[in-house]
Design a protein. Structure first.
Length: 390
């Protein structure tokens, strides 16, 4: 799709490309009302009722960039479904949770989640460029929770300074890239000044939902502070020319890029879609990192698949494509259990140190463990055609 395809939408047909490509214009013109949406797509009754609902609704905001990618006539469009509310959000399941990951119960100071011994999650802002309908943190995102107050962030950084076991800090929110370059640089500099902090990550979806946020000025900050970046891609249609350009700028600035994907019914729950997504990500130097089982956050039951769906996708990826294109499938333990990796079972049996294993093609092989003194063991029985790796 041409980058000027947005001109097909009458409300934006006269917007100059150089203005369209600015983060400031995009944020100022986000779609937040039913009247604005009607100018871009033909709303279904379900969408219209959900968008106009006055109470209990998770905030909606859609950058024009993302809205221009939505199919105006197809309510099953994967781009559209991630951004436009539907009535299913109000059909609550008994499994739904407000805080599915138990973050609030692991928050020693406001905005800092300390669950793992050596890692913390630092929430620095409540704002996102776009509010994804499956947001795990919808209880605070788009609200005035106050994590972004300088005093709270300073208290969180003081906590990190005082706990020397913390070596890894993930900066998230909201979306940290909604902060100014100067504010982001200030936070990164304070974390870099802590001797025991070895690893800093930024969790962001802005390079996907609003890639014009990635500028030379931002890249200059990242080159100096050297964080890693966790992006969030869910479907191949998200990888547009502006996204390719943004990820290229980030990679050229020395920022290692990984992607986390939420498994969602009707959006990416087919192996072919996931494989296409991960191949496209590798082409733009983004490493597929996680597939997440959709968290049981309030109002997302219509997105959630079975756990076996995720396992089947991994089964169709492992051995059928390059290893770099195979992420780890995880379930984030509800209530604060952390990420639990799941894999298809490749162990057929094990007895007396002899393992019978199956490979990706369903063929069985035996591997015999060495004895305690290293003698008397036979080699694994492997056919020569499978013993060589090209």
């Amino acid at each position: 799709m041409s980058e000027e395809a947005y001109r097909r939408i009458p409300v934006w047909k006269d917007v100059p490309l150089e203005e369209w490509q600015t983060y400031r214009w995009q944020m100022a013109n986000r779609l937040q009302t039913v009247e604005q949406l009607r100018q871009v797509i033909r709303l279904t009754l379900s969408e219209e009722h959900a968008v106009t609902r006055r109470s209990g609704r998770f905030i909606m905001a859609i950058p024009p960039y993302w809205a221009a990618l939505m199919d105006p006539d197809d309510p099953t469009c994967p781009i559209r479904r991630q951004a436009v509310p539907v009535e299913d959000e109000y059909h609550l399941s008994p499994n739904d949770l407000i805080d599915p990951l138990g973050e609030d119960s692991h928050m020693p100071v406001p905005g800092l989640v300390h669950r793992y011994p050596d890692r913390v999650l630092l929430l620095v802002v409540e704002v996102c460029a776009m509010y994804c309908r499956f947001c795990t943190r919808s209880r605070v995102v788009g609200t005035s929770a106050g994590f972004s107050k300088p005093m709270n962030i300073d208290h969180a950084i003081d906590y990190i300074k005082a706990h020397r076991k913390i070596r890894d800090v993930l900066i998230s929110g909201g979306d940290p890239l909604t902060l100014s370059d100067e504010r982001l640089d200030e936070i990164l500099a304070k974390l870099r000044a802590i001797p025991h902090v070895e690893f800093i990550r930024i969790g962001t979806r802005n390079p996907v939902t609003l890639p014009y946020r990635v500028t030379e000025s931002l890249c200059a900050v990242l080159r100096q502070r050297k964080p890693w970046m966790s992006l969030h891609f869910n479907h191949p249609k998200e990888i547009t020319e502006p996204v390719r350009r943004a990820c290229g700028m980030l990679a050229d600035s020395g920022v290692p890029l990984g992607s986390q994907t939420v498994l969602m019914k009707g959006i990416n729950d087919r192996p072919a879609i996931m494989k296409k997504l991960f191949h496209e990500l590798l082409k733009i130097r983004v490493r597929p990192y996680y597939i997440y089982q959709c968290d049981p956050v309030k109002g997302t039951s219509h997105f959630r698949t079975s756990v076996s769906t995720g396992l089947q996708i991994i089964e169709k990826l492992r051995g059928h494509t390059t290893g770099y294109a195979v992420p780890t499938f995880v379930v984030d333990g509800p209530g604060g259990g952390g990420k639990i990796p799941l894999m298809p079972n490749y162990v057929v049996s094990m007895k007396d140190g002899v393992w019978t294993l199956r490979n990706y093609a369903g063929k069985s092989f035996t591997y015999t463990e060495e004895t305690a003194n290293g003698s008397g063991a036979r080699q694994a029985s492997i056919e020569p055609s499978y013993a060589l790796i090209p």
